[in-house]
Write a protein of this length. Sequence first.
Length: 248
Amino acid sequence: MAAYRASSPEQQRTADLLALMPASGGMALDIGARDGHFSLLLAERFARVVALDLSRPTVVHPQIDCVEGNAAALAFGDRSLDFVFCAEVLEHIPPHILPKVCSEMERVAQGPILIGVPYRQDLRVGRSTCQGCGGENPPWGHVNSFDETRIATLFAGCRIEKTSFVGQNVESSNSLSAALMDLAGNPYGTYTQDEPCIHCGSALQPPPPRNLSRKVLTKMAMWSRRASESLRPPRGNWIHVLLTRRAA
């Protein structure tokens, strides 16, 4: 995690998020706090910070309260928080729960909400095959893809104040390429991810060495994918959106 945080793309993303955050405030909520990276940065601006995750974070700081909790059922009163922060989280939320998580963020926010998600990610690129159940998994456990329209729909009770993009992405695929790569066993999947198989919960393991037929299928899939990418203009890798609740 330390190497990831120190990488140039991550430092650019962190700087952009900090530029969108309020300069000061009372109580802030960091949803999906994990290692506490952003909770510590929030503590430089807010009097109190709640670091929330499914497992209780272990962040040691006098202004930070570490809490085990569910973003779909936040244990805070209506309009009780001065700032709600949520980055690298919503892309992992099961689709049937996602609207509830967003509505909970709206409910507890008195001040701004800041979210960060991958932008127009093609979830067919980097797909993995579980060696346990044979199920196909999206890259990095990302089960949701976002653009401006979807964000506006999920946060219908909010007004978008600012939007920014970080990085550049040209990755794209198509149905034929994805099907061929599945048949090849998805040899280029994100098998180093921490997230388990979305179907059976097993840790993802790299596939066995490919035979000749799977190598041919992989080559055909890559040719088809390159054709798609040649037709798609570059886009931002991340989208950061600052929202405020609409007046009741």
